[in-house]
Design a protein around this ligand. Sequence first.
Ligand code: XMP
Length: 327
Amino acid sequence: MDLPNKRPDDMTRITTVELANKFIEEQVAIVREQVKDKKVLLALSGGVDSSVVAALLIKAIGKQLVCVHVNHGLMRKGESEQVVEVFKNQLDANLVYIDATDRFLDLLKDVAEPEKKRKIIGGEFIKVFDEEARKLEGISFLAQGTIYPDIIESDGVKAHHNVGGLPEDMQFELVEPVRLLYKDEVRVVGDALGLPKEMVYRQPFPGPGLGVRCLGAITRDRLHALREADAILREEFDKAGLAGKVWQYFISVPDFKSVGVRDGKRYEGWPAIMRAVNTTDAMTATIEEIPYSVLHKITARIITEVEGINRVVYDLTPKPIGTIEWE
Ligand code: XMP
């Protein structure tokens, strides 16, 4: 089935639940017509786009959709658990959950170079997904959370979802129900489908996950510290009402230590680097003015609650010249 590659000029922007429901109804009919009684495979990362596609397809074809969630061990705290909770427990989806943490972290051991780390994560993701897909029988379609900016900005393949790189003999016909939508419309549709707010309004998160924030060669203890510190930052931003106001905020942890003191003893630890930026297109970014009281609270919690961290710093560098991620 040939899917249109251009958004019609007169297509109404989906801004309300009513418009979203109309879109959902149309897509449910289109998907049923396309898929009939066949099976569809989806790599469900837990990001906004793939989650909305999953919910839409569950509505359209129920258990004919097989979702595969690969936990590469580089997810933020609680994210994989949420995917299982929402899709398996609440929406009763056909979900295959793969904990591939050891595979990824073993391969990444001692690899410090950013591009090499990315290649390993991307390559291994395809391998794991491919292995799982081969175990399943009768799959005819591959669903993807491609959205309109992906089509405008690239060759239409959602590169960071990685499934664009599946081997030659694993090519399927595509199901891409949100391919003509902008991100804000995908969120309205996700809302209308009843997905949890924190999933629908999730901030952007790189495909290689915490792998780009655990700087240098990843170790399990430093990755754990990063995940815990990041969870504290997110919790405190939520409490301070900053979650909806700041575009992206996270922690990076470099691979060096400095001297500190804890309980009267020398305490060497890593610094946690906070970053909170605003942007519209991620090409440039400005620094958000976070109240000092919030910064102090986050710092106090991280240095007392997170093993291995002994300093917290706030990165004030706009983009350019600093990229958003430290990597
Ligand atoms: P930089 O660091 O280049 O990041 O200023 C710009 C935005 O892109 C996000 N980012 C990614 N997003 N897959 C993604 O979907 C990736 O591999 C990736 N790497 C970086 C980054 O978080 C920021 O929002």
